[in-house]
Design a protein around this ligand. Structure first.
Ligand SMILES: [Mn+2]
Length: 351
């Protein structure tokens, strides 16, 4: 059964009501994806205001939960909000025109964004199950892709095959546009997948993920398409990145800040001589959004606790030559880092 979060957010905020039109926040509160409409939470429960496109499916899903469905006719948010004195709205996810409209109610508004960020960063059991499934499908799709990679294929063809595999295995869609980078393209951390053709001896970097019930997986693997002995620097750097990636899993414990976690990988890569080539953060929170709280970066002040889900993705990028990133989606469980990825080897694959 879907786990809803309306009551949790309401209790955190101490307002008379929580209100949002933001798609992913509505989904977080109700467990259900709708376009348009809004969600209102007060002491009596959570109400999803939506239209005929969604009502039947929503009512079915909400059986046994705190959520009820209200079919919106000509009802406007400002009418429904009459009588509430203090309303929590997510400032960062509320547009200025929307705010001006809401102001007509004369209510006092407080910011719900920090409460959402904090609550959403710690996943419940149902959310963890969805992320685990999304990770499992992504890995399986990758394993099924490997034998189909052939010389002369384009980056977009490889991306298409991988995305097809994920959908075939039950994914609802991708977490983000799949990144496939051949050769020196991998030196650009977020290369835009294009029409470059695969040649023997190229390295391949693939960063991808899929969604289950809206929840994302995120994984990167870097490997070689043929080993023509031109890869000494690449292999040395690969070992360093793998060392950093595994060290994070071994040393990261609940109670560390994002900054301290980032430093495990950054210090190691610096010792190995690659510090300047590790040009991005170690990781980011993963949930209904592919990038969310907590930040696992040199600026990450948030304390990492059990139930948080984020990426462990150190990388080394040598401009014009090669790029290496090894990424798992991980969670903190019983005080320790646990990877959701168990099927794919992180040791260097040579096709
Ligand atoms: Mn990532």
């Amino acid at each position: 059964m879907v786990k809803t979060n309306g009551k949790k957010i309401f209790d955190l905020l101490g307002a008379d009501a929580v209100f949002t039109t933001c798609e992913y926040l509505k989904r977080y509160l109700t467990g259900f994806l709708t376009e348009g409409g809004f969600v209102l939470v007060d002491k009596d429960g959570t109400r999803l205001f939506t239209d005929a496109r969604y009502t039947e499916a929503a009512e079915k899903l909400f059986v046994g939960t705190e959520v009820t469905v209200v079919e919106t006719g000509k009802q406007r948010a400002t009418d429904v909000l009459q009588g509430y004195k203090k309303i929590a709205i997510p400032f960062a996810q509320t547009s200025y025109p929307e705010y001006l409209k809401l102001s007509e109610t004369g209510a006092e508004f407080i910011d719900a964004t920090p409460a959402f960020e904090n609550a959403m960063s710690v996943k419940n059991e149902w959310e963890i199950e969805n992320i685990a499934k999304a990770c499992d499908i992504a890995e399986e799709a990758f394993l099924q892709l490997l034998p189909d990679i052939k010389e002369g294929m384009t980056e977009t063809e490889v991306a298409a095959l991988l995305e097809y595999n994920m959908r075939k295995l039950g994914a609802q869609g991708v977490s983000f546009d799949t990144i496939v980078a051949f050769g020196a393209h991998a030196a650009v951390p977020h290369h835009e997948t294009g029409t470059a053709k695969l040649a023997f001896g190229d390295e391949i970097l693939i960063d991808f993920g899929c969604r289950i019930n809206g929840y994302c997986s995120d994984i990167t693997r870097t490997f070689l398409f043929g080993d023509d002995k031109k890869h000494e620097d690449f292999k040395k750097a690969y070992e360093a990145v793998l060392g950093a990636h595994e060290l994070v899993k071994a040393r990261l414990v609940s109670g560390m800040t994002g900054k301290e976690a980032d430093a495990i990988a950054r210090d190691y890569l610096t010792e190995q001589g690659y510090g300047k080539l590790f040009t991005h953060s170690l990781g980011h929170g993963i949930g209904l959004n592919i990038h969310e709280f907590p930040s696992v970066s040199p600026k990450g002040e948030t304390t990492l606790v059990d139930g948080m889900v984020f990426s462990d993705e150190p990388g080394v990028y040598a401009k014009g030559e090669y790029g290496i990133r090894i990424e798992d989606t991980v969670t903190l469980q019983d005080g320790k880092a646990v990877s959701f990825m168990s099927k794919t080897d992180r040791k260097l694959i040579v096709l």
